[in-house]
Design a protein around this ligand. Structure first.
Ligand SMILES: Cc1cc2nc3c(=O)[nH]c(=O)nc-3n(C[C@H](O)[C@H](O)[C@H](O)COP(=O)(O)OP(=O)(O)OC[C@H]3O[C@@H](n4cnc5c(N)ncnc54)[C@H](O)[C@@H]3O)c2cc1C
Length: 417
């Protein structure tokens, strides 16, 4: 099925009843070459690039829930690559390049909007750090600027850079190519592409265990029976540590609730993404006019995907310090997801101690932006057995070797920064 302008016209005349299902219900086969656990953006991107770059389609993507129902469908949609350390910067910058052409590639409007990402500095020391970060990014070829507080005020109407502000705005790091991408569309675009290429996607079917022999996975156990395979990728975000523990792999991750907020819609006021670093609050405006806001993680481990008044109060206090007009808006929706945060705040991606089991998790509340680059690189690893350079720093064994990726740009976790 081609999704052309003609099919749009044809389906509009027939009442939109004949569109094929993006991921039709399938009866799983008894064996696949590769099984990917987790139909989030990362798992589905991996399936897409396995098919597109390596012509491997004997693949099952299996999820306990529905496509994009994990953190992919819960995030605040921000994409950027403003990281100090090469490990984080290079992967996310490669992703920024991929985002640019992905709507065309998938023939699915991902609503990629490079509206600019503005990271506020609240002290001279912080601005100095941003300068180092900007220089490191420039060496990697990124387009980045340092703004004065007046330039911030000129670019962002409504922001409080006055002497009365709760925390001063001393300037900002500005990445013009940063912005937002529609998160559900990413999951559905990758799912449709992979499914059209022949990949099987099985929803509402939890993986409950693995069958293994001599440090080698032979298959997975699910609520619909056992399925054999040659390779397994665990790409299940916060569920990854539980799944890995089933084959005696301990992942050093905390599982912490992170919340997001949406205001009532207002007229266009904000045409960039702004991040407030005194505490944490980041804000963008949707095409409908709502302000989408995120904040720091809850201060304790929990698997409960629940909102809390303390987080509403904390994040909205920061948001209001940044934009005083927000105090007059009503909060419309509020939700959360479980962030999987390794001890250095960076992801765990690559091989595992079990020979044909691969890992992709630990993205915390910063992994959406990396989705296409991780899918591309993980597909390369699964297909060729060569570990792409971009993934090398993210290996699990860094927690033994001590080669941690301590990149303060990743976000303030209470325990880390
Ligand atoms: C509130 C919030 C805001 C965020 N904001 C941003 C942002 O602005 N920018 C950014 O870059 N990142 C952000 N993130 C982080 C980002 O959402 C994640 O890092 C990213 O989406 C992870 O994608 P994923 O595909 O690895 O995981 P997920 O999308 O969580 O997919 C994992 C899948 O595994 C499935 N699964 C779990 N257990 C099993 C099992 N036993 N069997 C089968 N399937 C299973 C789940 O159902 C789920 O669908 C945010 C996160 C949150 C929670």
């Amino acid at each position: 099925m081609k999704y052309s302008g003609f099919s749009l016209l044809k389906n509009s005349f027939s009442g939109h009843k004949h569109w094929p299902n993006i991921a039709a219900d399938i009866e799983p086969k008894s064996r696949y070459d590769i099984i990917i656990v987790g139909a989030g953006g990362h798992g589905l991107a991996t399936a897409h690039y396995l098919a597109k770059n390596h012509q491997i389609t004997d693949v099952l993507v299996i999820d306990s829930g529905w496509i994009g129902g994990g953190n992919t469908g819960r995030n605040t949609t921000i994409v950027r690559s403003d990281y100090l350390l090469n490990a984080s910067f290079k992967l996310k910058d490669f992703a920024l390049q991929l985002w640019q052409a992905l709507s065309q590639e998938l023939n699915f409007n991902l609503m990629y909007s490079p509206r600019g990402y503005i990271d506020l500095a609240h002290s001279d020391g912080e601005l100095e750090h941003f300068l180092s970060r900007a220089n490191a990014m420039r060496l990697g070829g990124a387009n980045v600027e340092i703004l004065s507080s007046q330039q911030v005020a000129d670019r962002v109407p409504g922001i409080d850079v006055s002497d009365n502000a709760r925390f001063p705005v001393c300037g900002a790091l500005y990445q013009p190519d940063g912005g937002v991408v529609r998160h559900d569309a990413v999951a559905w675009g990758f799912a449709r592409s992979a499914s059209t290429a022949g990949v099987h996607i099985l929803q509402n079917c939890p993986v409950t265990g693995f069958t293994a022999k001599d440090n080698h996975i032979t298959g997975i156990s699910t609520t619909r029976g056992n399925i054999e395979c040659n390779k397994v990728l665990i790409s299940a975000a916060s569920a990854s540590s539980k799944l890995a523990s089933m084959v005696d792999i301990k992942l050093p991750m905390d599982l912490i609730n992170v919340q997001a907020f949406v205001s009532e819609p207002v007229k266009p006021i904000l045409d960039s993404v702004v991040n407030y670093n005194a505490g944490l609050a980041y804000i963008s405006q949707t095409d409908k006019g709502e302000l989408v806001m995120g904040g720091a993680t809850d201060g304790y481990e929990s698997l409960a995907r629940r909102g809390s008044f303390s987080s509403i109060e904390d994040t909205l206090a920061r948001a209001t310090q940044m934009f005083p007009f927000i105090s007059r808006l009503r909060l419309m929706r509020h939700w959360s997801g479980t962030a999987d945060i390794p001890m250095d705040g960076n992801a765990i991606v690559g091989r595992s101690p079990v020979e044909n089991l691969y890992l992709n998790c630990g993205w915390g509340y910063a992994g959406f932006k990396a989705t296409p680059a991780v899918g591309w690189s993980m597909a390369e690893l699964l297909a060729t057995e060569q570990l792409p350079q971009l993934l090398q720093p993210f290996a699990l064994d860094r927690f033994k070797s001590g080669a941690l990726i301590d990149d303060a740009g990743i976000g303030p976790y209470p325990w880390l920064h």
